[in-house]
Design a protein around this ligand. Structure first.
Ligand code: CTP
Ligand code: CA
Length: 233
């Protein structure tokens, strides 16, 4: 159903979203990945569309179907995702990085299947991937709004505060993997939301109640839309 224009707070805005895991090939039959389902990023994409935005979703491999009316770019590795984001970032008014990007990839992808050859141990040599959110934080202009996510298992506030500041985010949505109702493969989430405060050591921190991912998507976008309106006045 189409909503009247006054209820479309993101009308006319370009929203860029990353979602899902990445896959880093090890050999022709194996890869390194993580438990991300893409649900949070896809929920944000659908919600942004419903709020009137022009939405581009850069998605790692997930089993979700492409949301109607959203431009979906399918990628596999972190470097593919980085390329796709770099091509589109400058046109985006609002960028939300919900992807669980692999931090490391195998140094070399061998062309033939790795054989056991009677070995008991093997060493994997990994090298770091580009940090897509950090790149966006370095390159964003004053009228671009940037939202990151953070997944932590300990010291959530301190770790998330560091990410907010070091990646120059307008807002950071932090999850504790160990909180019941949060984390991978559940339909609810419990998040802590951080925004820059007076100094990098003192971000504004809000604890949001447990809610469904679709409701959380709406709250996040409403918050980002409000941030844009206060920033621009
Ligand atoms: N991110 C990214 N590119 C990467 C790694 C992370 O864009 N190579 C983004 C994620 O999409 C998320 C945010 O950075 O929005 C934080 O991701 P997270 O994995 O929690 O933090 P890292 O900075 O990778 O640090 P660590 O995994 O060591 O906690
Ligand atoms: Ca990481």
């Amino acid at each position: 159903a189409t909503q009247p224009a006054e209820t479309l707070p993101l009308r006319g805005l370009h929203v860029l979203i990353t979602a899902g895991p990445t896959q880093e090939p090890l050999d022709p039959v194996r890869y390194l990945t993580n438990h991300s389902t893409g649900k949070m990023g896809y929920a944000i994409a659908e919600q942004a569309r419903d709020m009137g935005a022009d939405v581009t979703l850069v998605s790692g491999p997930v089993s979700l179907s492409a949301p109607h009316g959203v431009d979906v770019i399918h990628v596999t590795t972190a470097r593919n995702m980085f390329d796709a984001v770099q091509e589109r970032f400058m046109q985006a008014d609002l960028t939300i990085m919900a992807a669980a990007v692999g931090d490391f990839r195998p140094v070399e992808q061998v062309q033939e299947k790795i054989k056991k050859n009677g070995r008991v141990n093997i060493d994997l040599h990994l090298t770091s991937n580009p940090d897509i959110l950090a790149w966006a934080g370095e390159h964003k202009t004053a009228d671009q709004t940037l939202c990151g996510f953070a997944m932590e298992t300990q010291d959530l506030e301190a770790n998330a505060a560091k990410k907010l500041a070091s990646k120059h985010c307008s807002m950071l949505v932090a999850n504790n993997l160990n909180t019941p109702g949060a984390g991978f493969a559940v339909d609810t989430n419990v998040v802590t939301v951080l925004k820059p405060g007076a100094t990098p050591d003192e971000p504004i921190i809000e604890h949001w109640n447990k809610m469904g991912k679709q409701e959380l998507a709406e709250r996040i976008l409403t918050e980002l839309s409000a941030l844009r309106n206060t920033d621009n006045t």
